[in-house]
Write a protein that binds this ligand. Structure first.
Ligand code: SF4
Length: 700
């Protein structure tokens, strides 16, 4: 008892790792010289309802990891040298200013992340446009949410991840999970689906591989990667032919159905089944269950979205929602299952190339004027639309962008065609990375600025439901580590722009964000810190007496005429197919134990022990054909690069497909192989369809 000492600190935390934003209580005990953490889920949390997955239980481990960057680091002759904050900020200001003088404002790029808080995302967008006056800002959410976001905007006139609260799932009688492995990626969401199943729901999972989610489903459609849009079109054909469409809803609440009907009448379920590598029966069974069900919900995630057809694919699924009228009512709706911790809020407040805060458009004159007034600048000074994340890297490669300010992202591992990305970043005159760790990208930086962890960081996050929640800062940041918002404000000061960034605390930034979002589609004006500290508020929330919008589209959609827009399918892009040289299709995804590029989760002992290294799943027949044994080293190669990982021979994957997780870097980085073809609308890369070959690695 005497050994057990002294102090015990109880903290409230919010897991940083996915869009569920589960909350927890952490107890930090100090026992002599040692610290020990106990983590307990928060039973009062209205979303996670007292649940945490393995990642949440271990999240504190990265925050206390000894490898954290503790002070600014400057690289001299390949060696990191500790420097003061004053010097670091002065050097950045000098470098950026002299490059801009020589090459113009747009010679500096800014690259953000979907794990930043709403306040940080907002501030980064403002810093790029007002502090640096560059149009080149985008973020890693381009690789995450852009397809679902653009599809929802085009269909409904608004993009909120889920149109309904999670609690409504329990009453949905048919649920389609398209390209989402929620059981492993957002495990605490599963009880909502279990309740639905218990209440008689029929659950359909669409995925080229067997996962914990497909095993839970009643029907698993093991579709060929890249053919999900065809599958949705096939299902619509069945809904139309077998009269499951809601004609009143179509007539009163939508537009554009007639031309879609013409298209549907020209396709055959048998042909589509062949394209998708499945049976006609699977399409029919899925469509009938969804069509017959009184209530139903469709969820999409990166499996169907990370394609050069990502925008169209989601829109084809939304056609099913509109055709059956399953939206705007209890237990009827659509959800894009957000991946990143603030995947929703991160895309609403201006770190996207084409957006201003509140989901305003950077090309709309009224929106520009409104934001310019809030920021105290002339509208003509605001830069115009820039380019998407991958195109920004292409501009670096072409040496049009000379320096990059990067916050909360690791593009050397997360971008497609990673070998090219690494070579492009090498061309930068000056790279500044704000991170907690020396990530694969930070390693290439000239300067690293250390930032705070989720336990030290205050702010708001917007979860997958569109609920704005509060993140407590309960632990003191290490002495020379600063918050992202402080870094941005101090850098603005070094650039002589401090009068635009006069915040004393995080709440001041949020209050400006509320004003900036007022009247926009993502309207946060009625949401205050006092309100979010008590369970969260759903946007849109136009004033403080508004309770927040729990369910969207009950009476009308957010389009100018209030009607939702059907999607007329265009020719689908097939950027890569199996060829003689590259006969297999590689698809990628997440594992339960890791988050994004693993910078945080690979620094958590428990998570590494559970999932140490990457692998590639290969079907036994395919393994036999290519002479590959289980648990041996194999090389996966595309025309862009190669990677060496261990084989996992399993029947859970299609014979024509390989699957590999994307949480590792360097020679284990699967994105060295993936395909950077971009969606023409949302600029999402084709991560999920890359033609590759596989071969055993001979021992030397
Ligand atoms: Fe919750 Fe997601 Fe964190 Fe797991 S990873 S604890 S589901 S927020």
């Amino acid at each position: 008892k005497q050994l057990k000492q002294s102090s015990e600190q109880i903290m409230k935390g919010r897991c940083p790792y996915c869009s569920m934003q589960c909350s927890m209580e952490l107890i930090e005990e100090h026992i002599i010289q040692r610290k020990r953490f106990k983590v307990k889920p928060n039973k009062q949390d209205p979303t996670s309802e007292g649940r945490l997955c393995i990642k949440g239980l271990q999240a504190h481990q990265h925050a206390i990891n000894g490898e954290r960057v503790k002070y600014p680091l400057y690289k001299i002759d390949g060696e990191w040298v500790r420097i003061s904050w004053d010097l670091a900020l002065e050097m950045i200001a000098e470098q950026f200013s002299s490059l801009q003088q020589e090459y113009g404002s747009d010679s500096i790029g800014v690259y953000g992340g979907g794990s930043l808080t709403n306040e940080e995302a907002y501030l980064l967008g403002k810093f790029a446009r007002v502090g640096l006056k560059t149009k080149y800002i985008d973020y890693n959410g381009r690789f995450c949410m852009s397809a679902a976001a653009s599809a929802a905007n085009a269909t409904f006139g608004i993009d909120r991840g889920m149109t309904n609260q999670l609690t409504e799932i329990a009453d949905a009688k048919c649920i389609i999970l398209a390209g989402t492995n929620i059981a492993e990626c957002q495990p605490t969401i599963m009880p909502y689906f279990r309740k639905a199943k218990k209440n008689g729901a029929f659950i359909i999972a669409i995925d080229p591989r067997e996962t914990a989610t497909t095993k839970f489903a009643d029907l698993h459609i093991k579709v060929k990667p890249g053919t999900d849009a065809n599958l949705a079109m096939g299902m619509l054909k069945v809904l139309v032919d077998e009269k499951y469409c809601d004609e009143t809803f179509i007539a009163e609440r939508t537009k554009g159905f007639e031309p879609v009907l013409d298209q549907v009448n020209q396709v055959s379920v048998a042909t589509i089944a062949k394209q998708c590598g499945i049976t006609s029966d699977e399409i029919r069974v899925a469509a009938r269950h969804y069509g017959q069900a009184e209530t139903g919900m469709i969820f999409t995630a990166r499996g169907v979205e990370q394609h050069a057809n990502g925008y169209q694919t989601v829109r084809h699924f939304l056609n099913l929602v509109l055709a059956t009228g399953k939206i705007g009512k209890h237990a009827c709706g659509y959800g894009a299952v957000t991946g990143q911790g603030n995947g929703q809020g991160g895309r609403e407040h201006g770190q996207k190339a084409d957006q201003l805060p509140g989901y305003r458009s950077i090309e709309n004159e009224t929106d520009r004027k409104y934001i310019a007034d809030i920021w105290g600048v002339d509208e003509s000074e605001l830069p115009r639309k820039g380019v998407s994340a991958y195109e920004l890297i292409e501009k670096i490669d072409r040496e049009e962008i000379k320096a990059l300010f990067l916050m909360g992202s690791n593009p050397v591992v997360s971008s497609p065609n990673a070998v090219f990305v690494e070579k492009a970043l090498e061309k930068l005159d000056f790279l500044v990375v704000v991170d907690m760790f020396i990530s694969e990208t930070a390693r290439m930086a000239d300067l690293i600025l250390p930032t705070t962890s989720y336990l030290e960081d205050e702010g708001t996050m917007t979860n997958l439901e569109g609920r704005v929640v509060y993140r407590h800062a309960e632990r003191k940041a290490p002495k020379e580590v600063k918050h992202d918002w402080q870094i941005v404000c101090e850098l603005a000061k070094s650039l002589g722009k401090d009068h635009y960034f006069t915040y004393e605390k995080v709440e001041d930034i949020f209050n400006e964000l509320r004003q900036a979002s007022k009247g926009g589609t993502a309207d946060y004006f009625g949401i205050t810190y006092d309100r979010v500290k008590n369970g969260g508020v759903f946007w849109p929330c136009p004033d403080s007496s508004h309770q927040g919008t729990l369910r969207l589209f009950e009476k009308s959609f957010h389009t100018t005429d209030g009607r939702a827009q059907f999607h007329i399918g265009h020719e689908l892009i097939r950027s890569e197919k199996a060829t003689k040289k590259y006969p297999l299709i590689l698809t990628t995804g997440r594992l339960m134990e890791h988050y994004l590029t693993g910078v945080q989760t690979r620094r958590s002992q428990e998570l590494i022990e559970r999932s140490k290294e990457p692998f590639v799943e290969i079907h036994p027949q395919t393994a036999l054909e290519y002479n590959i044994e289980n648990d041996t080293l194999v090389r996966i190669e595309s025309k862009r690069g190669s990677v060496i990982v261990k084989s996992k021979v399993t029947e859970s994957i299609r014979e024509d497909t390989l699957f590999a997780p994307f949480h590792w870097g360097d020679f284990q980085c699967i994105n060295r192989v993936t395909n950077p073809a971009l969606d023409p609308v949302c600029r999402m890369p084709e991560f999920k369809v890359s033609s590759v070959k596989i071969s055993p690695v001979q021992p030397v």
